[in-house]
Design a protein around this ligand. Structure first.
Ligand code: DQA
Length: 145
């Protein structure tokens, strides 16, 4: 099974960035543990601070991977293009947010992604990525209609 994890802007700074909200772990150290935890899964990882590159990554992985775990970060709240890209691909997408966006500023309550995703995991820290992997592992044949 092949899964892609796609992270949006500023998530390259996890561990340094607002640790009170996003924690002290870098994504790289978490990702090493994740790969060890799921040795039978082939992971692809992409992070970008640029909206169009996230659209390109969704198109690139969206027809070959069995699932995509996407944290579009701030673009969640603004990007019609990312929402359209999710609707355009075959692979099911799970939206993940590290922080509980519903407990923060009002503008974070809007998502252009949630309605296009299979589901969303919000506010559970980096554990959300692991839970999304487990979901795809348990439901490997699910695809978008
Ligand atoms: C985030 C929440 C977004 O509102 C924010 O812009 C981020 C990270 C999260 O994972 O909690 O950059 O997606």
């Amino acid at each position: 099974m092949q899964l892609a994890i796609i992270n949006g802007p500023n998530l390259n700074l996890l561990g340094k960035r607002e640790p009170g909200i996003y924690g002290n772990a870098s994504f790289e150290s978490f990702f090493t543990e994740l790969k060890n935890h799921f040795p039978d899964i082939q992971f692809h990882y992409f992070q970008s601070n640029i909206e169009g590159e996230l659209v390109n990554a969704l198109q690139k992985f969206g027809f070959d991977c069995d699932g995509i775990i996407l944290n579009p970060a701030a673009y969640t709240h603004t990007s019609v293009a990312i929402g359209d890209a999710i609707a355009s691909i075959k692979a099911p997408v799970i939206e993940v947010h590290i922080s509980n966006v519903h407990a923060r500023e009002d503008f974070r309550k809007i998502s252009h992604v949630s309605a296009k995703a299979v589901g969303s995991i919000i506010g559970l820290g980096l554990k959300g990525y692991e839970l999304a992997v487990q979901y795809f592992k348990d439901a490997p044949t699910q695809t978008r209609s």
